[in-house]
Design a protein around this ligand. Structure first.
Ligand SMILES: [Fe+2]
Ligand SMILES: [Fe+2]
Length: 275
C-alpha cells in the first residue's frame, strides 16, 4: 500500500452498500451527499425530499430511514449551500436564477418563448410575461405553476403581467380560433387524448375570457412553444433592456427584500434545505 494512501485521514464516507437496505432499494442513496472537499465541515449531508415531490410515490415511505441516517455521527441534514449547485450571489437578480438554478430545458423554453414574442412584434409587457411565464416549473413547483409564478413575481412586475401568468395555466387548455390558438399537441402527449381539465380550470378560463387583460394572457399561450429552432441560441442578456424596464429588482436581492414572497425565491436559492 502506498504511503499516500496510509497517510490519508480516516474517512467518514459511507459507501452505498453500507447504507440501510431500505434506502438502497428505494434508490435514495443519491439523497445523501458524502463529505466533499468543498463542504466546510466535511460532514455527510442528507437531503430530505420535500413532501410535494414524494407524496403518492414509494419514496414517501423512506422518510424514517433518512431521519435515522441523520442520527449518525458526522451526518446532518442539508442546510444552506448544496455543493452540487452553483453558489448564488449574496444579492441575486433574476438573471442569476436563470443561469444558476434553472435547467437548460426550462431556461431555453422561457427564452425561446420571449424571443418569439419579440419577433412577433408584441408589447414589452407580453415579452416580459413570456420570459417568466413558467418560472415556477423552472425553479419551484409544477402543479399550479401559473399561480405560484404569478405570486412570486407579483411584487416585481406590472399587475397585468402577473395576472396574465396566473391565467395562462387555464387558458392553455382552451382553443381560441379567433386568434389561431389550438389545443397544444404537446398536451395530447402529456395527458392523453381523452384528458378533460377539472371544473375549477374551466371556471378560471371562462372568467379570464371576460377580463380586460384576456389577450395579454392569451398571447402567452400563443408564444408558449416547445418546437423552436434548435439552431437559434437565445441569451438572457438579449432581454436585459426588457427586464430593466419591466422587472423591479430589489436592491437587497431576490429572497432578501422582506417581501411577502421572498421565501419563494429563497427556496430556489437553497432548494434542499431540510427546513
Ligand atoms: Fe405554463
Ligand atoms: Fe410554457
Amino acid at each position: 500500500m502506498s504511503e499516500a494512501v496510509t497517510t490519508q485521514p480516516p474517512s467518514h464516507r459511507v459507501l452505498p452498500h453500507e447504507l440501510p437496505a431500505s434506502l438502497r432499494d428505494a434508490g435514495l442513496t443519491h439523497w445523501i451527499r458524502e463529505p466533499l472537499d468543498d463542504a466546510v465541515d466535511r460532514r455527510r449531508r442528507i437531503i430530505m425530499p420535500p413532501a410535494a415531490a414524494t407524496m403518492g410515490t414509494p419514496a414517501s415511505a423512506y422518510q424514517g430511514a433518512l431521519l435515522a441516517e441523520a442520527r449518525h455521527p458526522d451526518t446532518v441534514f442539508m442546510m444552506g449551500d448544496n455543493p452540487a449547485l452553483p453558489t448564488m450571489p449574496e444579492r441575486p437578480v433574476l438573471k442569476d436564477f436563470f443561469l444558476l438554478r434553472f435547467s437548460p430545458i426550462a431556461r431555453t423554453h422561457l427564452l425561446q418563448s420571449a424571443r418569439v414574442a419579440r419577433e412577433n412584434g408584441l408589447d414589452e409587457k407580453v415579452i416580459m410575461a413570456c420570459l417568466v411565464h413558467d418560472i415556477a416549473i423552472a425553479g419551484l413547483l409544477s402543479a399550479n405553476h401559473g399561480y405560484w409564478g404569478a405570486q412570486m413575481l407579483g411584487p416585481y412586475v406590472d399587475e397585468e403581467v402577473a395576472w396574465a401568468i396566473e391565467k395562462h395555466e387555464a387558458l392553455r387548455y382552451f382553443p381560441d380560433e379567433s386568434v389561431g390558438y389550438t389545443y397544444p399537441a404537446a398536451y395530447i402527449d402529456f395527458f392523453g387524448p381523452d384528458y378533460t381539465p377539472p371544473d375549477y380550470i374551466r371556471r378560471e378560463h371562462e372568467a379570464a375570457r371576460r377580463h380586460r387583460w384576456y389577450m395579454t394572457s392569451r398571447l402567452i399561450t400563443i408564444n408558449d412553444i416547445y418546437s423552436f429552432d434548435p439552431n437559434v441560441a437565445v441569451d438572457f442578456d438579449d432581454f436585459e433592456d426588457v427586464v430593466g424596464r419591466n422587472f423591479r429588482q430589489p436592491s437587497e436581492g431576490l429572497g432578501f427584500d422582506g417581501s411577502p414572497v421572498a421565501h419563494m425565491w429563497r427556496t430556489m436559492i437553497w432548494p434542499n434545505n431540510f427546513l
